[in-house]
Design a protein around this ligand. Structure first.
Ligand SMILES: C[S@@+](CC[C@H](N)C(=O)[O-])C[C@H]1O[C@@H](n2cnc3c(N)ncnc32)[C@H](O)[C@@H]1O
Length: 379
């Protein structure tokens, strides 16, 4: 395997030379013997900042591939990390991790060549990172099991089709959620993932609190805090419910139990659930990330991260779900007014990072419609 050296953040790592695995001039990171995807740099940049805020003493990079994530946590997070377990079931990956750990002087590394699940049932740590191909579902129970009381787990999910309701059967299999493709499916997806995590954690009498969650490019990233206690686990479950959306009048909302008819026009609704209906971001955690970000002016995505964190804080004020302006406009056969104008008209409203067509607000559907119609008439 020919290697090339690349730089990401403060790490210099060796990866398989992509040129060797090109097919017809194209390259997909999954074609190389060890996975490294530069499109995930944003995910790793922002995770380095989150880990700095969390400040864990021990970390498990359970699906480590080249080791880039754990290495960057060691080199770049503000906190003194005492142990990082780098794990991958691939022997080739583990050999490369060994090299990369040495090159970057990671003094606290333990490297294992195990199935992540069997490893996670044997260890106890402050922070687990689950960054799989596709769905993190197979690793939820074991990762929640592996963290101490008050510990954290971070998940990446790239299986958007089931999470957003395009692949319904797959969503039922992997997340045990009856999902429909709703006009605000980008936000539904992360709430489907959280719903599964909450229910899996409850088996272990652990409660889950999301502290940081976002959507970017082709994946979700979610960080949860896990606490022990059957009662607390029950309280987490209480925050599950259902989204509905009316195909006729476009009205949408959430309810504790599934409903069949639109509360506005009486038509049949599409539903998705059970989904997490609590907050998905913790304001004080996001504020701390903004403060810490100032120490990371060297990272590639500094500006983009700052924009995302500001958006998240704005949208975190509003109830779950967003309004897809194109969807509503199509129902009423009106032009889509500029998003900023609608936000201005409503007053209490914000953009959402989930969609450039969406707004979040605590105002009613009819108030939104009124603003949209008034503005559309002015166009
Ligand atoms: C998407 S890659 C990880 C990427 C890496 N975290 C990064 O930031 O570049 C997923 C890795 O998980 C490993 N893997 C898949 N299933 C596994 C399992 N059950 N146990 C341990 N490793 C596994 C694969 O060999 C692959 O290296």
């Amino acid at each position: 395997m020919r290697l090339v050296e690349i730089k990401e953040g403060k790490a210099r790592i060796f990866i398989p030379d992509p040129k060797e695995y090109e097919k017809n001039g194209k390259f997909d990171p999954s074609w190389a013997p060890v996975f490294y995807n530069p499109r995930m740099t944003f995910n790793r940049d922002i995770s380095v900042i989150a880990v700095s805020v969390i400040s864990p003493k021990s970390i498990i990079d359970a699906l480590a591939a080249s080791g880039i994530r754990g290495i960057r946590y060691y080199l770049e997070s503000n906190s003194p990390i005492e142990e990082i377990i780098f794990n991958d079931k691939s022997k080739v990956a583990v050999d490369l991790i060994r090299k990369n750990v040495e090159v970057n002087g990671v003094k606290v590394a333990k490297i294992t060549n195990r199935d992540a699940n069997s490893l996670l049932y044997e260890v106890i740590t402050d922070y687990v990172d689950i960054d799989p191909f596709g769905s993190p579902s197979p690793f939820i129970l074991s990762s929640v099991n592996a963290v101490k009381n008050g510990g954290h787990v971070a998940y990446t999910a790239t299986d958007l089709a089931p999470l957003e309701g395009s692949a319904k059967k797959s969503c039922k299999r992997k997340y045990d959620v009856n999902n429909s493709k709703l006009s605000f499916s980008k936000e539904v997806g992360i709430r489907v993932l959280l719903s599964k995590i909450v229910r899996e954690a409850a088996i272990l009498e652990k409660a889950v609190e999301p502290i940081f969650a976002f959507y970017n490019d082709y994946y979700y990233r979610l960080i949860i805090r896990v606490t022990r206690g059957a009662k607390k686990a029950d309280e987490s479950i209480e925050k599950l419910g259902y989204f509905y959306e009316c195909e006729k009048c476009g009205f949408s909302g959430s309810s504790k139990d599934p409903i069949e008819k639109c509360p506005r026009c009486g038509n049949k609704v599409k539903i998705s659930g059970p989904v997490w209906l609590g907050k998905i971001n913790d304001d004080s955690f996001v504020h701390k990330m903004m403060d810490y970000l100032q120490n990371f002016s060297y990272i590639k995505n500094f500006e983009a991260i700052s924009i995302l964190l500001h958006k998240i804080l704005q949208e975190n004020k509003y109830p779950p779900g967003y309004y897809n302006l194109e969807f509503i406009a199509s129902k009423y056969k009106i032009n889509v007014p500029a998003r900023e104008k609608i936000i201005e008209c409503l007053g209490e409203a914000s953009q959402t990072h989930f969609s450039s067509k969406g707004i979040k607000t605590s105002k009613s559907f009819d108030e939104i419609l009124e603003c949209m119609k008034t503005l559309a008439n002015k166009v």
